[in-house]
Design a protein around this ligand. Sequence first.
Ligand SMILES: C[S@@+](CC[C@H](N)C(=O)[O-])C[C@H]1O[C@@H](n2cnc3c(N)ncnc32)[C@H](O)[C@@H]1O
Length: 340
Amino acid sequence: MATSSDHQSGPSPSPLNQLLFSHVYSAAVRAVAVHRIADHLAETPRTADDLAERAGLHADSLRRVLRLLAMHGLFTQDEKGTFGLTEAGQALRTDVPGSQHALALLITDEMFRRAADGLPDTVRTGTTPFEAAYKVPFFTHLAGSPAAQQLFDTGMNVMSGRGDELIAGSYPFPGSGTVVDVGGGRGGFLRAVLSGEPGLTGVLFDQPDTVADHVLDTEEVRGRWSVAGGDFFSEVPAGGDVYLLKRVLHDWSDEDCLRILGSIRRVAAPGKRLLVVDTVLPDNGDPHPGVEVDIVMLMLVSGRERTAKEFEGLFSRAGFKLNRILPTPSPASLIEAEAV
Ligand SMILES: C[S@@+](CC[C@H](N)C(=O)[O-])C[C@H]1O[C@@H](n2cnc3c(N)ncnc32)[C@H](O)[C@@H]1O
């Protein structure tokens, strides 16, 4: 059997070897994220002994984990066994702008790992591995576990990060009227949209526990927003000129998407706009980062990433017409439609 040291024996590991060992790397990243090793290295490089003493850890095990991650560019390592942070490793600090620490904890969490274990069965049966492991749908699990919900919401916030501003800046939002962000999480995207258009007002709509933790309380959007908690399968707030669905439809099957779009269509008169922010997969098999996220969707929920044709089909079944698709500086596109 190949061992991780075999990686070093040839000029470069084979693509298969890289894939086979990828879970070892994510486990190592998890270990340093859980113990906030990057924070301990913020000021100065340290030896594993020093780090272990500061963080109450086992020095030899920590050294071996750091050595692995140094090999992949997260840490520097000198001949005396002193480890420092590379630029990429800085993102694991908790106290820097653009920190990926919360995302690292989410993506390597037990919820993802247990779901991943079920993938062979899913390939046979088509069932959702998260549900097979936890006996409830992903979002039901989150709703019943404040810690898991907090982990997810914080990770999502990180994932959106500066992307929210870049995506909001990629679309010509109207100068007045109301945007309703359906499944808007804690409101980072809505805040970015409102910040760019001082004449706009906004409604953040999501599950009650999520909107309770919103991030809209900032000077630049003061007095121009409200929040509403509820279930987008039943109804969404009326009165919107633009309805946003950012990274929502990819969580759901076509049937569920039609229910969400149906809730919006019931309150959106013909001509009102729908703006979906999601990955649009190429339909010719070209590589795209959305293909990775598609497998996360397969493991956790009934959702999927979609091609332009698949979005067009969904929209027309729900009473919307796809107008255009705009690229953004992120892997996601802006898909504009209007109620017909
Ligand atoms: C992948 S997150 C996207 C959040 C946000 N739009 C963003 O881009 O960061 C999906 C959101 O849908 C919300 N959600 C899930 N089920 C819902 C439901 N039945 N009603 C309302 N919101 C729901 C979740 O709470 C979560 O905030």
